[in-house]
Design a protein around this ligand. Structure first.
Ligand SMILES: Cc1ncc(COP(=O)(O)O)c(C=O)c1O
Length: 224
């Protein structure tokens, strides 16, 4: 089976889970905020919808499969997903970021994170010498948006992830524009992928959503 066929098959099956309660082929929308527990010692998989909800879990599992990750997380918007991802940094940390990222990510980087002691360097990710020169003692991650919005600049994810690893840093990639159909950053060495699912993953301009996928257990714990 070719890679393309197997990916298409994954797309078809990624979110197909027959609902045990009703046999429904489509994932039901669960609207309850709170879940009944049989007793104090035996909890169901879900207790409170902010922690987990069967509908959200279905989309989280689907995006994790499509990105070849182990953990998926859904958010209300892309900016919520990106904020959660960048807030895995701590006071005193520095990160390197694509020079022409989406405006919301730019403002988060320029106006919000510095108030928490998280500093950054914008670089042209197409210039690997510039990326290499931007690492500091306290650099913890490289944040790539590719293709970038609005200039559609393309980054060699594998090359940047290699540089990041050499400096003991993580690589995060905003995969909004190509989606896992055309680009799977975790396969190229990235540690975490973010999406504005509002765009091509949503596909119909009728939802706001954000997604994070990782195959790094520690990052997954922090994001959750
Ligand atoms: C590349 C990219 N990342 C993130 C976002 C932010 O996503 P959202 O609008 O869903 O918060 C956008 C929105 O246009 C985007 O284009």
């Amino acid at each position: 089976m070719s890679e393309e066929i197997s990916f298409r098959t994954k797309v078809v099956h990624a979110s197909l889970g027959i609902d045990e309660a009703t046999g429904a082929l489509n994932t039901p929308l669960h609207l309850s905020s709170t879940f009944h527990q049989p007793d104090f010692d035996n909890y169901h998989a879900f207790d409170y919808a902010r922690s987990g909800n069967p509908t959200r879990q279905a989309v989280e599992e689907a995006i994790a499969k499509l990105e070849n990750g182990t953990h998926g997380f859904a958010f209300a918007t892309g900016m919520a997903a990106i904020s959660a991802a960048l807030l895995t940094l701590s006071q005193g940390d520095h990160f390197i970021i694509s020079g022409d990222v989406y405006g919301g990510t730019f403002r988060l980087t320029e106006q919000v994170l510095p108030r928490y002691g998280i500093t950054h360097t914008f670089v042209d990710m197409g210039d690997l010498d510039a990326v290499a020169a931007a690492f500091q003692e306290n650099t913890k991650l490289v944040y790539v948006e590719t293709p970038s919005n609005p200039l559609m600049r393309v980054t060699d994810i594998a090359a940047v992830a290699r540089l990041a690893k050499e400096h003991d840093c993580l690589t995060f990639v905003d995969n909004t524009f190509l989606t896992p159909v055309l680009q799977r950053p975790l396969d190229l060495g990235a540690d975490l992928v973010v999406h504005s699912a509002t765009k091509f993953l949503g596909g119909h301009s009728d939802i706001l959503a954000g997604l994070v996928v990782t195959n790094n257990e520690e990052l997954a714990k922090q994001i959750y």
